[in-house]
Write a protein that binds this ligand. Structure first.
Ligand code: PGA
Length: 252
């Protein structure tokens, strides 16, 4: 995954029914005609219930489909209600979000996240790995320490980092309309990249995205931060217009 490529990833969370496919079809039609469409990649993460149809429908298009989570065991097991990376991969789905703060809230520890990442990669899924500090940690100036712990606690040294995309999502920014100060954000993104260089002893780092209250207005704040390799978009990804406006404003 080349680092000059930008990512626009839509995380639908608990949203969507079969007819919501129209939203992605509209985004796909826009991308097909957009003159900068070689510069970025669009990924949409609908709920599990829609993965199969959406993955098939958008198979040979500019849009990839991602799962929003997976269970930390491979193949099949007796865990009621759980879905393994193997099952996701079998639907034709290419990506999976792991470590979202919603799931960390529901009990995902770094150790569980590590298992999920390893199994997802083993099943040839690409991983969108979410990290981020909460409000109290930010107030206590612990942001970088928190991110370091999350990265070191969740990634094996030997994993295929070419199949990882990192999404930095400060929890205090998700769904609040509040976004980080651009200087802080630049520093944080650079810190994450440095951390990867240290861990993997390599010059190349995975793409590092920003997520949290990204919409067609706030995107303007991030235009000058070239270090950011893209965006993970929640609320504004549920409407084709809002999502397209983000891309439009980014490339205008
Ligand atoms: P938001 O959500 O864009 O609605 O803030 C982002 C996310 O949770 O991934």
């Amino acid at each position: 995954m080349a680092n000059n490529m930008k990512y626009f990833i839509g995380n639908w969370k608990m949203f969507g029914v079969p007819k919501s496919i129209k939203i992605i079809s509209k985004i796909n039609s826009y991308i097909k005609k957009h003159k900068f469409n070689k510069k970025y990649k669009v990924i949409i993460a609908p709920p599990f219930t829609l993965l199969e149809t959406f993955s098939k429908k958008f198979k040979n298009t500019k849009i990839s489909i991602s799962a929003q989570n997976c269970y930390q065991k491979d193949y099949f097991s007796s865990d009621t209600g759980s879905i393994s990376p193997y099952m996701i991969k079998n639907l034709g789905t290419k990506f999976v979000i792991i470590g979202h703060s919603d799931n960390r809230d529901q009990g995902d520890t770094d150790k569980i996240i590590k298992k999920k990442i390893n199994i997802a990669l083993k099943n040839n899924l690409k991983v969108i790995f979410c990290i981020g500090e909460n409000k109290l940690q930010k107030q206590k100036r612990k942001t970088l320490a928190v991110l370091k712990k999350q990265i070191q606690g969740s990634l094996e040294r030997k994993i295929n980092k070419d199949n990882i995309v990192v999404a930095y999502e400060p929890i205090w920014s998700i769904g609040t309309g509040i976004v980080p100060n651009p200087n802080d954000l630049r520093k944080t993104v650079n810190y994450i990249k440095d951390e990867f260089r240290n861990i993997f002893k390599t010059k190349k780092t995975p793409p590092v995205l920003y997520g949290g209250s990204v919409d067609s207005q706030t995107i303007e704040i991030f235009l000058d931060i070239s270090e950011i390799d893209g965006f993970l978009i929640g609320g504004a990804s549920k409407s084709s217009k809002n999502f397209i406006d983000i891309i439009k404003n980014y490339y205008k």
